[in-house]
Design a protein around this ligand. Structure first.
Ligand code: SF4
Length: 364
């Protein structure tokens, strides 16, 4: 990482104290929300190889060793480690976890251990193959979150830089919707478009496509994190003030038309949102993803250089995701020190500050 704000050893800028307890003990760092799933969650990164090349990918072009997959014995050890620490939800991610040769075995082993929520974060390309989708669901998968960022072939193919990928993802989504409708995937099926410079103007159309044409009932818009391929690129990273009007339109549509569906957003500093939204606890609990996310730890291959709050053991870097964002990946400009929302708001992606500065950030 070459951002000015990613200097080795740089102190966190958040006004809140850095937590001292180990990730093994779990964090109590989330706000109360009646509708949150309270299971502790761990996301295990299987390796950074991927069959898409999304323009905003935070991994960019991973180092050769990072593209190699996690040995299966290490996966089994890691699953046991987290299960013993009290975690009951696990998510597999990459890179692209469906290309991991042992992914079905890993899901099956997680189920055997006793994990009750077993999820995968995937671009879904491989899930268009019925034999593969059948196998992973039968092994115990209970949730899939799909990385898809456009509502048209032209947009999706441009963002992923893979020709004809839109049609493959739509095929996969139809198979998965069918599984969900059979009562499988009991923890849900969602799509998580990353909001970037190419798609932000189409947010309402993207929502309509996934709800009305595909039949999904859960969509999450995450504001992009300008790192990797998109580092320093103002064309790929819209300003908050450009994207917020489209976000607001989505919320109005939700309140009027899709009242039985779930829509959340993530990564928006609260002060960039209109007062009618940021000052409403009811609306924030309903639409702000950070209010609803599971308490999540992460396990990633450790490459020798310890970064920020992570703990290192067994060749893995382990850290709490909510803390990682607040203390290592986001920046709290001076305005945050005076802000009444600082316990709720994580600040701003450092990569965003590098591109656009902090002039939009104002204490509330
Ligand atoms: S001033 Fe800082 S803490 Fe307050 S809402 Fe803005 S980014 Fe969040």
């Amino acid at each position: 990482m070459s951002h000015a704000l990613f200097k080795p050893g740089a102190a966190p800028t958040s006004p809140l104290p850095v937590p001292k307890e180990s990730v093994r003990e779990g964090r109590k760092n989330q706000l109360y929300n009646e509708i949150r799933d309270t299971r502790r969650n761990v996301e295990i990164n299987v390796g950074k190889a991927c069959n898409n090349r999304c323009v905003f990918c935070i991994d960019g072009l991973p180092k050769r060793e990072d593209r190699s997959y996690m040995p299966y014995e290490e996966m089994r050890r890691e699953l046991a480690f987290w299960y013993e620490s009290g975690t009951r939800s696990v998510g597999f991610l990459g890179g692209e976890p469906t290309t991991y040769p042992k992914i079905v075995d890993s899901v099956a082993y997680a189920k055997e251990l006793g994990f009750t929520r077993i999820a995968i974060a995937t671009n879904a390309v491989k899930l268009r193959l019925p034999h593969f989708t059948d196998a992973i669901v039968e092994a115990g998968l209970t949730r899939a979150t799909i990385s898809m960022h456009g509502h048209t072939p032209a947009l999706e193919d441009e963002i992923t830089r893979v020709p004809k990928v839109f049609a493959k993802k739509v095929e996969a989504l139809r198979l998965l919707v069918d599984k969900r409708d059979q009562g499988l995937l009991k923890d849900g099926l969602s799509v998580n478009p990353v909001i970037n410079g190419l798609n932000y103007k189409y947010m309402p159309q993207i929502l309509r496509f996934f709800f009305d044409e595909i039949g999904l009932d859960d969509v999450r818009f995450n504001f992009m994190r300008p790192e990797g391929y998109s580092e320093g690129n103002p064309e790929l990273s819209p300003r908050f003030k450009q994207a917020v009007p489209y976000l607001v339109k989505c919320i109005i549509l939700m309140e009027k038309h899709w009242t039985n569906k779930t829509f959340t957003f993530g990564g928006w500093p609260l002060c960039t949102l209109p007062p009618s939204l940021r000052d409403s606890e009811v609306l924030l609990k309903k639409y702000m993803g950070e209010y609803r996310d599971l308490s999540t730890d992460c396990s990633v291959r450790q490459d020798g250089e310890v970064f920020g709050i992570e703990e290192v053991g067994d060749g893995r870097a382990r850290f709490n995701w909510q803390d990682r964002k607040r203390f290592d990946l986001k920046h709290a400009p001076d305005a945050c020190k005076e802000c009444t929302k600082v316990a709720l708001c994580e600040g701003v992606w450092k990569g965003y500050i590098d591109i656009w500065g902090d002039s939009e950030i104002k204490a509330i």
